[in-house]
Ligand binder design. Structure first.
Ligand code: MEV
Length: 307
């Protein structure tokens, strides 16, 4: 039994989304996790995840192990106290801790493949709830946007606690993703923003309102087939993220390099302080912007189309 889940990027609204403002995120199909569950003659639940050099039987892992805890949670949900012998193979092309949602994608693909293997395939809604529970274990106070975009594998307009809204692009547009190669300490940056907000909530509420406005206009621009308007919105959103203290010299350098190379706009994407930035480009410029990002220190780039 096989299942996959894509990576993701946040287009607009990260951090503000934790404070009930809307945010937009899209799946990135160029990177993905694949999980295969097979019958096994060896006794127990054997997990093979070469990306993190893991080859172990489930009971040998600590209870809070990021992969073990997903498998245990599924068994618990399906009331399985004695799982059959099986082999779980996990492969991924999503760089870990880069802000592309590798953890949520591993969880989503695992829940899907395992539940199908155990003849109880879970609908998206339940996969999404379970992945969110796992995200909360590892990330403190996540908004739920990452698990939602990855589980549904659709562009989402997300407001915490509200029914899921997907959106369609009236006209396709191209984004270049640049990875700083520095792990994004999302839990820490979300915690720091919370401390700032607790000290001076009026000031930060105003910033979140401005970002919310950007997300709203961005959605309208995308749906009405005017994606070229997103460039300026990205630049504004990045400036607000700088004021939230979640950018970094490396992210700022990539954002500037993308703009200098002709991108229509650029911003950090996700938790910040590391991880990724994104740039809106005309398709013809994608390669030269990607090259400029590599010259400015990016560890890798991905060109993706939102359609
Ligand atoms: C992380 O991908 C996005 C943040 O807004 C945190 C969250 O929404 O949980 C920084």
């Amino acid at each position: 039994m096989k299942a996959t889940a894509p990576g993701k990027v946040i287009l607009f609204g990260e951090h503000a989304v934790v404070y009930n403002r809307p945010a937009l995120a899209v799946p990135v199909f160029q990177v993905y996790v694949e999980v295969e569950v097979l019958d096994s003659s060896a006794s127990g639940v054997w997990i093979h995840a070469p990306i993190i050099d893991l080859h172990a039987e489930l009971t040998a892992l600590p209870a809070d192990h990021p992969i073990g805890s997903v498998i245990l949670k599924l068994f618990q949900r399906l009331y399985i106290s004695q799982p059959p012998n099986m082999e779980v193979r996990i492969s991924s092309t999503i760089p870990v801790a880069s802000g592309l949602g590798s953890g949520a994608a591993v969880s989503a693909a695992l829940f899907r493949a395992l539940s199908s293997y155990l003849s109880h395939p879970l609908p998206n809604e339940q996969v999404n709830d379970l992945v969110f529970e796992i995200e909360k274990l590892h990330h403190g106070t996540p908004s739920g946007i990452d698990n939602t975009v990855i589980t549904y594998a659709m562009p989402v307009y997300f407001i915490k606690g509200q029914p899921i809204e997907t959106f369609y692009a009236g006209k396709p547009f191209t984004i270049v993703i640049g990875d700083t190669g520095i792990p994004a300490p999302t839990k820490e940056s979300v915690g720091d923003v919370r401390r700032l907000w607790l000290r001076n909530s009026n000031y930060y509420e105003d910033i979140f309102d401005e970002i919310a406005q950007i997300s709203l206009i961005a959605r309208r621009s995308i749906e009405s087939g005017k994606p070229e308007l997103l460039g300026e919105l990205m630049d504004h959103n990045h400036a607000f993220l700088q004021r939230l203290t979640v950018s970094s010299p490396e992210l700022d350098k990539l954002v500037t390099a993308a703009r200098d190379a002709g991108a229509l706009g650029a911003k950090l994407s996700g938790g910040g302080r590391g991880g990724n930035m994104i740039a809106l480009v005309n398709q013809a410029q994608a390669e030269s912007v990607a090259e400029a990002l590599m010259s400015a220190g990016a560890k890798r780039t991905i060109v993706t189309e939102v359609s």
